[in-house]
Design a protein. Structure first.
Lengths: 330, 327
């Protein structure tokens, strides 16, 4: 088996809030292999973005802190790395693109300058060389007239072009990991498709491993090799993308797949599509989590044991944390 | 099922004058909606689909006179809404309601949700006694899946999905015939989306409501709409019933939207490559190209497309504005 590039073990992240100490991540185990795309999926508040921020060493402390576990990148535990070491990792080895490209670009610098800044920070390049590389990167990410666009300010670019600039910055130092946190949520559908296509091209060209955070099972199908489904700070199901999509075992995963109105085959004639599966209720606030499975209150299969103890993630390549699924399999 | 036409929009155009660029310059004109016609059958759902800036919301708001149109007619139940005086229009409003996208900004944070839902009754049906109105609010809370004891709470005490239920209850209060749903689920989490979509469909079946449903999400549209108008840069480029649009799209833009929409069938493991992807961004509505508005992004573009603007042609089941439609 290939050595993972990034391996997260038993990661715990806590935040102090006005409701006291809450556990935002509760024992996360994840591996990212070189060149693959790992999808992390779940509703808002389930801990997807916190996982990404922890990997970047960007958990705001205070109020947050890494309370336990390891994040090992290429043999080095980065939860113990100092601020200086983290700065040299970020952007160079691990980089990230965010949901809203307008707020993650600096409005008073041109697109070219912002790409060149990343290059000069991590590579020994002169300003002129960095500017040339910035134009080449803009061409790589499919921006027409890259020389002219390098001199544009963020507000002069469309949402799709801004996200392309973000990707150009992120890949400027040939990182080995690209973390994409809902990279297309703020974009129109046709532009969303362009960005996904670009991310796939870049992965093929540079062999970068992608951690894709999304709430969209359609994006998972198109983009991911493997998937982790998160709920209330834990991973509830993990496995190959096809296994998860075709044979989901956790009731939450089943709900997530069933509740999304994705394009389907027309039944023909006037016949409508059947009602969507519903997951009743909402994600519980973290400070109200009890002893049992966090999903028990919304789960159609919950029984007494689910409310008393929390199931562990078990299985070989397709893992699930659910007592009912275990009984189903037995 | 009845096929009586409830809303018939003909030749609707909306323009906005933008601020001058310089003191003596001309005011640029934004053509938000250009000569749009569609009709909605009673008890059915018509989807207006398009990307941001396509004019879908403006077209719907102009149809119910919440935005001022420059030309065109809007027949609602046979009466042209654009010709009514203010008081007559106000009387009609009880039949026309709206559910907005953002359940956070569309509810008054200082009012109790019971009062929010009661307000349309206070304004439109003052003939009802106070206790009858309260009773109706209680009933509405039940219909949308809220508890009557929640009537005294404020909007911030609810989750996004529950707030959207409050919006739906408010829209239903006066027993309207038409509800404009402006992206009602796009601000909600996926699991909550499903609850609201199922609720909207159930209410339609129970009360014979007609929806004008604005969305950019083709999965949602396929779930809830009977007929669909695809808009691009202020015009309808394809109008079709649901089975036709989703099984045989004819406009290259419709095909591009379909190939861009998420689907569980497209798998990375199977080496999926997108077909019919479009390049670039839509042109600006301030500077509309002479020919087909989609020409600059169209994978099938011909010289004629850049010079001559195509018009919507076809029958009631499927019409398309394209010189070279797909078969």
């Amino acid at each position: 088996m290939t050595e993972p590039l990034l391996s997260i073990r038993d990661l715990k992240v806590e935040f102090s809030t006005r409701h006291g100490q809450v556990t935002a991540l509760n024992g996360i185990d994840l591996d990212l292999l070189p060149g693959e795309t790992l999808g992390i999926v779940g509703e808002s508040g389930c801990g997807k973005s916190i996982t990404a921020l922890a990997t970047m060493g960007l958990i705001p402390d205070p109020p947050g802190r890494i309370a336990g576990g390891r994040i090992v990148f290429d043999g080095e535990d980065i939860t113990r790395a100092g601020a200086r070491r983290l700065r040299s990792l970020r952007g160079a080895d691990i980089s990230m693109i965010f949901q809203e490209p307008m707020t993650s670009l600096n409005p008073v610098f041109t697109a070219g300058d912002q790409i060149a800044e990343a290059i000069m920070l991590h590579q020994s390049a002169s300003k002129a060389e960095a500017d040339r590389m910035a134009v080449a990167l803009l061409r790589t990410v499919g921006i027409p007239e890259p020389e002219r666009r390098a001199r544009s300010f963020p507000h002069e670019l469309s949402g799709g072009m801004r996200q392309r600039v973000m990707i150009a910055i992120a890949i400027s130092c040939r990182p080995r990991i690209l973390i994409a946190d809902e990279p297309t949520t703020a974009l129109d559908v046709t532009v969303q498709a362009q960005i996904f296509d670009l991310m796939r091209d870049i992965q093929q060209q540079f062999g970068v491993a992608i951690m894709l955070i999304t709430h969209d099972m359609g994006a998972i199908a198109e983009m991911a090799d493997r998937v982790a489904v998160m709920y209330a700070g834990r991973i509830v199901e993990k496995g190959g993308a096809d296994a998860i999509l075709d044979n989901p075992r956790h009731p939450y995963t089943r709900g997530l797949i069933g509740c999304i109105p994705v394009l389907g085959k027309e039944a023909g004639g006037e016949k409508r599509m059947p009602p969507l599966a519903e997951i009743p209720g909402i994600v519980p606030p973290l400070h109200l989590l009890g002893q049992g499975c966090a999903f028990a209150d919304r789960c159609p299969l919950a029984f007494d044991r689910c409310r008393a103890e929390s199931p562990a993630l078990e299985g070989d390549s397709h893992k699930v944390a659910c007592f009912a699924a275990e009984m189903e399999a037995a | 099922m009845t096929t009586e036409t409830l809303l018939d929009v003909r030749g609707l155009s909306v323009r906005f004058a933008m601020p001058r660029k310089s003191m003596f310059g001309q005011r640029p004109v934004l053509h938000a909606v250009r000569d749009v016609s569609f009709s909605l059958r009673a008890g059915r759902t018509l989807g207006l689909v398009g990307e941001s800036g396509s004019g879908k919301t403006t077209a719907a708001m102009a149809a119910i006179r919440l935005a001022a149109a420059q030309s065109g007619s809007v027949l609602f139940d046979g009466v042209d809404l654009r010709k009514l005086d203010a008081e007559a229009m106000r009387q009609r409003r009880r039949h026309l309601q709206v559910i907005f996208q953002d359940p956070y900004s569309s509810l008054n944070p200082r009012e109790r949700v019971g009062a929010i839902v009661r307000e349309p009754l206070d304004l439109m049906m003052p003939e009802l006694s106070r206790s009858d109105r309260e009773e109706r609010v209680r009933e509405l809370f039940g219909l949308v899946g809220l508890r009557p004891d929640q009537m005294a709470l404020f909007p911030h005490q609810f989750s996004g999905g529950q707030r959207q239920r409050v919006s739906i209850a408010r829209a239903l209060a006066t027993n309207p015939r038409l509800i404009v749903c402006d992206e009602p689920v796009s601000a909600l989490d996926v699991a909550i989306q499903a609850q609201i979509l199922n609720l909207l469909r159930r209410l339609q079946d129970d009360y014979g409501l007609s929806y004008l449903f604005i969305s950019h999400d083709l999965g949602v549209v396929q779930f809830i709409c009977d007929d669909i108008a695809v808009m691009y840069l202020g015009q309808i480029v394809e109008f079709a019933d649901r089975p036709t649009l989703f099984s045989r799209p004819r406009h290259p833009y419709t095909a591009a939207l379909l190939s861009a929409a998420p689907s569980l069938a497209r798998r990375k493991s199977a080496g999926y490559i997108r077909e019919g992807a479009v390049k670039g961004d839509p042109p600006s509505p301030l500077n509309i190209p002479a020919g087909c508005a989609f020409a600059s992004r169209c994978p099938r573009v011909q010289p004629k497309c850049r010079d001559e603007r195509p018009v919507l042609r076809g029958n009631a089941a499927d019409s398309v504005a394209c010189h070279y439609p797909l078969d």
